[in-house]
Design a protein around this ligand. Structure first.
Ligand SMILES: [Zn+2]
Length: 226
């Protein structure tokens, strides 16, 4: 069987192109912990994305400060035509910060593909857990070669690994679609090249913050992360 190669799709290190959440236009469900006020935090986003774009043009693939990945119509059509799997899209409201012209239509990439929980070999460990509100904080990975466990991968071209829902992983089929079409705005690297510092913590929230309701329930309920 062809063993696919996996990559991380990200925005790269430069931040000047990153889109910002439009102030006051998005609602987040607050999570309040009856046991510890320090656990209060924003939960699930209740509204579609609304963003401002810092430049007067956009790449084919656009990223926000919160790691959301946005696609133009062209990219969405190319991904669909290539038969890529493991994603849905949600509409995005976008405007340029400094121009009166309309930006091209953008779609938020919602990853539905899944490669389960990061295996213990990755070095990701649960470091804090509250039984009352369910907050879970993990240490960042120390062995990036083992973040993705191929045996848990569902075969999707776009997928996430728990508890790293902000990191979009892709197959070489996606890499090929991006390269063949010269799409701008994507940084592609092997998982081993991702950078974490020893103090980094990651927290996945709940799977329902990231995936469509039904998919989140089906995957997350047995694992206690729905
Ligand atoms: Zn709590």
């Amino acid at each position: 069987m062809h063993r696919p190669e996996f990559f991380h799709l990200g925005s790269g290190s430069s931040t000047y192109k990153l889109a910002e959440w439009a102030q006051g236009e998005m609602d987040l469900e607050p999570v309040v912990c009856p046991a510890d006020p320090g656990h209060q935090r924003p939960g699930k986003r209740l509204t579609d994305l609304s963003v401002t774009l810092p430049r007067n043009s956009v790449d084919d693939i656009v990223w926000t400060w919160c790691s959301e990945c946005l696609l133009t119509d062209r990219v969405l059509e190319l991904f669909r035509a290539a038969g890529l799997t493991g994603f849905e899209v949600k509409p995005v409201k976008a405007r340029y910060e400094r121009a009166d012209t309309e930006p091209p239509r953008l779609w938020e990439l919602v990853v539905t593909g899944w490669a389960g929980m990061a295996p213990p070999d990755s070095g990701i460990k649960l470091i804090r857990h509250c039984e009352v509100c369910g907050i879970k904080v993990y240490s960042g990975p120390t062995d990036l070669e083992h973040v993705i466990s191929p045996s848990q991968w569902d075969g999707s071209d776009f997928f996430i690994v728990w508890p790293m829902p902000k990191f979009v992983f892709i197959t070489d089929r996606v890499v090929q679609a991006i390269r063949d079409n010269g799409l701008a705005g994507a940084m592609i690297e092997p998982p081993e090249a991702m950078r974490f510092s020893p103090d980094d913590t990651i927290g996945g929230g709940r799977l329902s913050y990231w995936m469509p309701e039904q998919r989140a329930r089906e995957l997350g309920e047995p694992l206690g992360i729905y």
